[in-house]
Ligand binder design. Sequence first.
Ligand code: HEC
Length: 167
Amino acid sequence: MDKPTLLSGTGIRAGVMVLLLAVWVAACKPDRPASQSTTPAGRDASSAVAENADPSKGIGQVQHVTLNTPLEQDRIKRGQAIYEMKCQACHRLDETRVVGPGWAGVTKRRKPEWIMNMITNVDVMLDQDPEAQKLLELCLTRMPNQNVSIGDARDILEFMRKNDGEE
Ligand code: HEC
């Protein structure tokens, strides 16, 4: 009497295990892509600020930048002119820190979206973005808001790419 009961008990347990495993495997597979696509959307909806789902893109209107190769020469020219007028006083093109950090390598250190949000949304960035705050601690001067448009910021970004040796 004992033997069959034990056997069937084990059999049921093993059967349940297999069934659970099958359910788990089946649940896992279709769930992964589904949860991947819902998580960023969920985050977007819950955040009140215009915050990027990816924090390394900074905070602001600029969520996605398309970079083209080769570089766009007309943008570089406009970007350089804006640099000379509005940025040069505090930023060198090499690694030297004057008031702000030198721009050498900035396009390698930062996402293009982060750079453009820093230029166009500097007050919020300095108040909320951890990377911008680290720079503020280092430089001890708040970069002023210069009312740079998104289009102008994109031109400056192109000029920075050129400065970093892109072609
Ligand atoms: C009055 C000085 C000043 C001017 C003018 C200025 N900046 Fe800045 N900038 C700073 C400082 C200081 C920082 C570091 C963050 C801080 O302390 O506010 C900074 C940081 C930056 C950074 C981040 C650099 C890095 O290494 O990540 C970018 C990008 C930038 N500035 C772009 C610009 C652009 C573009 C202009 C011109 C339109 C400009 N800045 C004009 C002072 C200035």
